[in-house]
Ligand binder design. Structure first.
Ligand SMILES: Nc1ncnc2c1ncn2[C@@H]1O[C@H](COP(=O)(O)OP(=O)(O)O)[C@@H](O)[C@H]1O
Ligand SMILES: [Mg+2]
Length: 194
């Protein structure tokens, strides 16, 4: 258990979700929560619980990785905010003593935690993304990114590779896609073919 004053946060993500948010993840959601892979692509049907699971995973990561930076990125700021707002809603649902112990500052697009972890919500824009050194990037609606090769290979992957070396731990990228789109590579093939 990670401790902040008297508050303890379960290190296991499924236990974390059950204990703090009273949500019982389905088996496939539990698998995603526990997945330690460096890169993850989610391809589930609509309303399967992608946004829910990814939002909770982002919070678990922030609470259990002090000083980490997680970026939430989607094709537009409006789409990034859908996931960002879900994260905010879960924080709002926490018991008051947990909120006080765990959250330092909560703004619409930046959340700072008392363990110095941060979650930043951004649109898909190479200019805005450049300059961050992130430990985790969560991409929603990844199939619909404009300039996806530029963003993934020239901006996002390099910032993660640098962070992984600097901090000696795995960096990860979660790509959440919707309604039948495949991995980032397959999306490009799909689009080229279609
Ligand atoms: N494990 C769960 N138990 C109960 N409700 C869930 C669970 N996972 C997701 N939900 C609910 O299902 C609905 C769809 O979830 P959402 O994450 O928005 O799906 P998706 O992003 O895949 O379209 C939401 O109302 C969410 O609160
Ligand atoms: Mg969704």
């Amino acid at each position: 258990m990670g401790a902040t004053d008297d508050i303890t946060v379960p290190q296991d993500p499924v236990e974390f979700v059950r204990a703090l948010f009273k949500l019982d993840p389905k088996e496939y959601q539990a698998q995603l929560l526990e997945d330690k892979s460096k890169r993850i692509v989610v391809r589930w049907s609509r309303q399967a619980g992608k946004t829910t699971t990814i939002a909770l995973r982002a919070l678990w990561y922030a609470f259990t990785n002090p000083k980490s930076l997680s970026l939430i990125v989607a094709p537009s700021l409006r789409q990034s905010m859908i996931l960002g707002d879900r994260v905010q809603d879960y924080l709002a649902s926490l018991q008051q003593d947990y909120r006080a112990a765990l959250i330092d500052r909560q703004q619409r697009t930046v959340i700072r935690f008392t363990n110095s972890a941060r979650i930043v919500i951004l649109p898909n824009s190479p200019q805005l993304l450049m300059g961050y050194t992130a430990h985790q990037v969560i991409c929603d609606e990844a199939a619909f990114f404009r300039e996806d090769e530029l963003v993934f290979y020239n901006v996002l992957y390099p910032m993660l590779a640098t962070t992984a070396r600097a901090h000696g731990r795995e960096a990860s990228m979660d790509c959440q896609t919707q309604g039948g789109s495949a991995s980032c590579d397959s999306d490009r093939q799909q689009r080229a073919a279609g």
